[in-house]
Design a protein around this ligand. Structure first.
Ligand code: OGA
Ligand code: NI
Length: 355
């Protein structure tokens, strides 16, 4: 239901998972029911305690550093995913951000739809599916996304309600930005590149925060909170309130990501796959929903600046390893998702692979 300029009126509210759960529906509406091949397993999640957990404080210890660098290299190469502990983001700041998210999604639909838009280029956007207007299937998620770096350029556009939102989400955004820079240096070093290579790109890069709410779902075996996808950017730092995230391993098994106290999840995105010339892979992930629990997550999606085109790092390209990807920008990705249905289209990264 559009009211010009991509704004969505509150008439669209029945397509919100939060609203449907509040109404107490006992079945998910047809548009949330996925084709059988896309439904999650009904078996209890296969918990993988082998998914890597990296203690970042050991990078400061000269005796432990080489082994930790190896662990990071292996995690990036084999999974494209790891969790970090002792990462420097205070647990109180993480909790504050989750509290702000809980309060935001508790607001009335009228207050949230102030920010509603189906235009993926809006710097602040509340929505209920990847692409509400075009996509055939809907996902059991409400979200608000906002640009976050540099904070002073964007924070005035963020929700003014709940009153704590800007302060709590802003503190978290700043801390994660610092962590992300450190992670990027370590990842570059693990590829044999200068840790400061790309310093300007990282400094002037973008940070989009996706704050997600997955309400309890009456038929979790028929729906998903988010379909399989990889993130477009360089790194994503994710905070989850409870189980729900699953990652796809090399054997095409979906592994549930265990909740580790005070940890943050790090996922490699398409820009890193391209920059590393395929040495590292972006991780495909999805979100399952639960019949009992409402889940929140905060994904901080980092990328090079909107229009910055980037291909494989020159140092990683030679006769034996020719460039295997076309260069692309964050903007190219946005154009792609606004013109394609995520359930049926090719993965964006696959459109960049050279034959
Ligand atoms: C995302 C995402 C996972 C989650 O926002 O891109 O994959 O657990 N989120 O919410
Ligand atoms: Ni994602």
């Amino acid at each position: 239901m559009q009211t010009g300029e991509g704004k969505i009126s509150s008439m669209a509210s029945p397509s919100s998972a939060v609203t449907l759960t509040k109404m107490g529906v006992s079945h998910v509406p047809q548009r949330y029911i996925l084709p059988a091949s896309h439904r999650p397993n009904t078996l209890p999640p296969f918990m993988n305690h082998h998914l890597p957990i990296i203690d970042l404080s050991s990078l400061q210890n000269p005796f432990l550093r080489p082994q930790t660098m190896d662990e990071i290299r292996i995690a990036c190469k084999e999974v494209g995913f790891f969790q970090v502990i002792n990462h420097g983001v205070p647990p109180s700041v993480m909790k504050g951000a989750l509290d702000a998210a809980v309060e935001f999604f508790d607001l009335s639909m009228e207050e949230k739809t102030v920010h509603a838009s189906d235009n993926v280029h809006e710097p602040v956007r509340y929505g209920t599916s990847m692409n509400q207007v075009k996509d055939e299937f809907q996902f059991w998620r409400d979200f608000i996304k906002h640009y976050s770096h540099p904070l002073s350029s964007w924070i005035h556009l963020w929700p003014s309600n709940p009153p704590c939102y800007k302060e709590k989400m802003g503190s978290y955004a700043k801390e994660v930005q610092v962590l992300q820079k450190q992670l990027m240096e370590v990842v570059l070093e693990s590829l044999g590149l200068n840790p400061n290579y790309l310093q300007d790109e990282v400094e002037s890069g973008s940070q989009v925060m996706a704050i997600n709410c997955y309400p309890a779902c009456p038929e979790p075996e028929l729906a998903l909170g988010m379909p399989p996808h990889s993130d477009f950017g360089s790194l994503t730092v994710l905070l989850q309130s409870c189980l729900g995230l699953q990652v796809l391993d090399h054997h095409n098994n979906w592994l549930s990501v265990p909740v580790v106290e005070d940890a943050l999840i790090v996922q490699l995105g398409d820009q890193l796959e391209v920059m590393s010339n395929g040495e590292y892979k972006s991780i495909v992930h999805r979100v399952t929903v639960s019949s009992e629990k409402k889940r929140f997550s905060i994904a901080s999606l980092h990328s090079w600046a909107l229009e910055k085109k980037m291909g494989p790092a020159e140092k990683l390209v030679d006769q034996e390893h020719p460039a295997s990807y076309e260069e692309f920008s964050f903007k190219d990705f946005l154009d792609y998702i606004s013109n394609n249905d995520i359930m049926t289209a090719k993965r964006f990264i696959d459109t960049l692979k050279k034959k």
